[in-house]
Design a protein around this ligand. Structure first.
Ligand SMILES: C[S@@+](CC[C@H](N)C(=O)[O-])C[C@H]1O[C@@H](n2cnc3c(N)ncnc32)[C@H](O)[C@@H]1O
Length: 233
């Protein structure tokens, strides 16, 4: 069973609105997202939220598990949020991988949804590390990177993941130069794109192989992609 403290439960509600019931979504609309998360969080039952969270991220893994490489040494997540997905990825790979987890380290007070060049941030990277350590990962497996600082990763990366972040809230192109520094031809990429912004042809400008493996059609259409062969020209 996953354990989440109060700060991480608040952040999670900002990062993942699928966790809200229709009534809670209504309240959030009425009070605004930031106020809702800060004050109405007290009405959420801790156990309920933890159960829902576990279910949500196990389901996320299910959508792409069959596309994952058999062996993985190094994983990068761009816009990792609280990194909860990696509790389950770590279990799958039996505590073997190193996790390079990239995100901003601030919570913007003006929270909005959508796609923009420089999307809002709502994360606390200390919380990310604490959650993972409290849920089975070892300190030596976790490499936290604040994207507002200069990032370098000196390992070859087998798997790059970005759920509801790169390509979905801000352009893939923001990260292509960085990806070229640590990816190889065999690197597998699993990430979500905002359907109205990215066609397969557009993504193929940067990757040789592009497949849609899952789609969600809400107000903000999501396509989950499995890609290989980052273009290096
Ligand atoms: C919708 S949340 C998704 C979090 C996580 N990937 C998940 O599946 O729960 C979007 C995340 O992207 C982060 N983010 C926003 N702008 C970013 C940027 N330019 N680079 C990296 N991460 C960013 C936010 O701070 C937030 O943690």
């Amino acid at each position: 069973m996953i354990h989440l403290n109060k700060i991480s439960r608040k952040l999670l509600l900002l990062q993942r609105n699928e966790l809200l019931s229709n009534r809670q979504k209504y309240l959030r609309k009425k009070f605004g997202r930031y106020i809702f998360t800060n004050f109405l969080i007290h009405y959420f039952q801790k156990k309920n939220l933890e159960n829902l969270t576990e279910k949500l991220f196990k389901n996320e893994l299910n959508t792409f598990e069959k596309y994952l490489p058999v062996n993985v040494e190094n994983i990068v997540d761009i816009g990792c949020g609280l990194g909860i997905l990696h509790i389950y990825i770590n279990q799958k790979y039996q505590n073997q991988p190193n996790f390079y987890l990239l995100d901003k380290n601030t919570v913007d007070t003006k929270i909005k949804y959508g796609f923009s060049e420089n999307y809002e941030s709502y994360n606390d990277l200390n919380q990310t590390k604490n959650i993972l350590i409290n849920n089975g990962l070892l300190n030596e497996q976790i490499f936290i990177k604040n994207v507002d600082e200069k990032i370098s990763i000196d390992k070859k990366i087998n798997l790059v993941i970005s759920l509801k972040s790169m390509g979905y809230h801000y352009p893939i192109e923001n990260y292509i130069e960085l990806l070229r520094t640590f990816c190889v031809d065999e690197t597998v990429f699993i990430f979500d794109v905002f359907g109205a912004k990215y066609s397969i042809e557009k993504v193929k400008e940067n990757f040789k192989e592009v497949n849609i493996i899952y789609e969600e059609s809400t107000a903000h259409t999501l396509k989950r992609l499995y890609c290989k062969g980052l273009n290096f020209f």
